[in-house]
Design a protein around this ligand. Structure first.
Ligand code: ATP
Ligand code: MG
Length: 272
């Protein structure tokens, strides 16, 4: 059959619109198939958000699942020649009580009514703002947009392949310890943030440098939980680097970051 020449000048707006819609529907179909093969189940509202990202100008296509955990799924996606990571919180399985506790003490948020969805939205909003704030002083993916339980950020990696976690690669551990501890101090003193879940799982390695991710539970330094979270962070980091043969001590690291001595009573409170 002779195909009609595709001349943009000859098609009217209605036809263009139809072409566009056809492409969007095709992408949606592909995405649905992908979800099914990955055995992912999202509620209707989340699917609508994902479709609205495809229909709008934010994402051209979803590529695949990078990580699928209890609370969130992370997809890789493409927009033009750029790659994105799309983090989707599972509304059904998130730990609301903990989320609420972290949000409540944050002076940036005022949660009066607190349905499950509202808590998740605040959680994503918090992660978005934390990423932006952290990104000013350390390497972190650029936060692009948030919509309800969905966060779109820059994909840390090369040509769509996500960078490995610090846990999964060999690096110069002495050098990394130095960079990471310097970054923790910058986060604390300049961005006034405590990561709160810092470990070899939430640090990616790109171009032989650390890139920090997963700032959802991060808190500002004036938050009532910040001390306990920082103690947990310094312990996690020192445990990891000790195993790699680096001579380090979490109390010294705490003092280096905050300029204050770590009192045994604080450590006890942090364990509660
Ligand atoms: N921007 C990104 N670029 C590349 N990979 C990413 C990005 N964000 C997340 N990932 C990958 O997805 C994984 C899970 O992301 P993240 O840690 O933010 O979610 P999580 O819900 O805390 O998951 P987990 O409970 O497994 O830590 C990360 O370990 C990392 O491998
Ligand atoms: Mg994580």
């Amino acid at each position: 059959m002779h195909e009609k020449e595709f001349n943009l000048d000859e098609i009217d707006e209605f036809e263009l619109d139809r072409e566009y819609q056809k492409r969007v529907i095709e992408r949606e179909r592909k995405f649905f198939e992908e979800l099914k093969t990955e055995n992912e189940v999202f509620d209707k509202r989340t699917l609508m958000i994902l479709f609205s990202l495809l229909a709008g100008k934010h994402i051209d296509e979803f590529i695949g699942v990078i990580s699928s955990g209890k609370e969130a799924v992370v997809f890789s996606a493409k927009k033009g020649r750029r790659y994105r990571a799309v983090k989707i919180y599972r509304v059904a399985t998130c730990d609301f009580k903990t989320m609420h506790k972290y949000i409540q003490g944050d002076p940036r948020f005022h949660l009066r009514k607190s349905s499950r969805r509202q808590i998740i939205h605040a959680w994503v909003e918090k992660e978005f703002r934390n990423l932006r704030r952290a990104g000013e002083v350390v390497n972190a993916p650029k936060a692009i947009l948030r919509r309800e339980n969905v966060l779109v950020m820059e994909l840390v990696g090369k040509r769509g392949v996500p960078a490995p976690r610090l846990k999964d690669v060999e690096v110069d551990y002495e050098k990394f310890y130095e960079i990471i501890t310097r970054d923790m101090k910058k986060l604390y003193c300049e961005a006034e943030l405590v990561h709160g879940d810092l470990s070899e799982y939430n640090i990616l390695v790109k171009d032989d440098k650390p890139v920090y991710i997963d700032f959802s539970q991060s808190v500002v330094t004036q938050h009532p939980l910040s001390k306990a979270l920082l103690i947990r962070d310094v312990k996690n980091i020192c445990n990891f680097f000790k195993r790699k043969g680096v001579d380090c001590d979490y109390r010294e690291l705490y003092e280096y970051i905050t300029g204050e001595k770590l009192h045994p009573i604080d450590e006890e409170i942090a364990q509660l």
